[in-house]
Design a protein around this ligand. Structure first.
Ligand code: ZN
Ligand code: ZN
Length: 339
């Protein structure tokens, strides 16, 4: 045994309860690596673990925006080295042999586990991860800056990158929160005309600073009419949940446009068949992205100077960070740090 010492971690032990604990070092199994965690973002999807929105076997370490250095390789790991700085996102790593993997759709791999849900995530000093899910961290991104890009960044970047909009097309980003404040920056740097939509007049400054050309206050104006006045959006990126807001902005699409839903909520979405059929509009969902797109997210962010607005909190205070995020008081991403 390489060592019998322990490391610190924060685990969910029951609904809404996070506690500091200790865990003994483990040797990574075949196809897996052990990572010394340097930073881990706190994401709203961590509530899947902490509030058991998915079936969870407690205790479980949440965390799927993990950056750290590999310190041990399991057998059959190729392409990764001890000492390399890597990232782990929500998707725990594809299998490589199911029908979706064989067809190149790694996101929808049938045998993929979700990090921090099906196995322990990054609210810890050490994490075991499957090598097929790893992303490569560029040298010019700090671990703290890279962390939120592994879920919030990848999700918005990947959706925009695979959307049908071309340079100069109008792209709307609905919501300026943890996801939306990154979505606006990516949309601007990808060359789109960008409209940010949020409630209230107090976000105008922020929207412009992030790169939006237009700000639409959905509390004061009908967002669909405002988008149509600008010619209609080719893409509406929906970073807020809520069936009503999705339906409200759908009428702001131009013919051939698409609304892409990133936030998950319980309410159904009411979209009229008229709006779908006449104008060939689409409504679709997007789940984060594959590791290669994750690599691209990180490189593009470094090249374009895109970063999340971050508040750091030491690992041992993870419960406070989680509570602040859940209360909607994080501006805009909380990142756990390890000395
Ligand atoms: Zn996430
Ligand atoms: Zn697969």
């Amino acid at each position: 045994m390489e060592d019998a010492s322990t490391y610190r971690a924060v685990h969910a032990v029951g609904p809404g309860r996070l506690e500091l604990t200790k865990r003994t070092f483990q040797t990574p199994g075949p196809g897996k690596v052990r990572i010394r965690v340097e930073a881990c973002g706190v994401c709203h999807s961590d509530s899947a673990t902490v509030e058991a929105l998915f079936p969870i076997e407690w205790p479980r370490f949440p965390g799927h925006e993990v950056v750290g250095r590999i310190d041990a390789l399991g057998s059959d790991v190729q392409g990764w080295a001890v000492g390399q700085r890597v990232g782990v996102g929500f998707l725990g790593g594809s299998c490589g042999y199911c029908e979706f993997c064989r067809n190149g759709d790694l996101v929808n791999c049938r045998n993929q586990e979700y990090t921090g849900i099906h196995h322990d995530g990054g609210y810890a000093e050490v994490m075991i991860a499957k090598s097929s899910g790893l992303m490569s961290i560029p040298d010019d991104l700090s671990s703290v800056d890279a962390a939120p890009l592994l879920c919030a960044g990848l999700t918005t970047f990947s959706a925009l990158r695979s959307a049908p909009a071309k340079a100069g097309d109008l792209v709307a980003v609905l919501g300026i929160g943890g996801l939306g404040h990154l979505g606006v920056q990516y949309a601007r740097h990808m060359g789109f005309e960008v409209a940010a939509i949020a409630r209230g007049g107090d976000k105008v400054e922020l929207a412009r600073k992030l790169g939006a050309h237009h700000y639409i206050d959905s509390a004061a104006t009908d967002p669909a009419e405002a988008l149509q006045a600008l010619g209609g959006a080719k893409v509406v990126l929906i970073t807020a949940s809520g069936g009503k807001t999705v339906a409200e902005t759908f009428k702001g699409l131009r013919p051939g446009g698409v609304s892409i839903l990133l936030g998950v909520g319980p309410e159904p979405i009411e979209v009229s068949g008229m709006d779908l059929v006449f104008g060939s509009r689409k409504l679709e969902g997007a789940l984060t992205g594959d590791p290669a797109t994750g690599d691209a997210t990180l490189r593009f962010s470094a090249l374009s100077g895109i970063s999340a607005m971050i508040e750091t909190v030491p690992l041992e205070r993870a419960a406070d960070a989680y509570a602040k995020m859940m209360a909607g008081k994080a501006h805009f991403r909380m990142v756990l740090t390890i000395d």
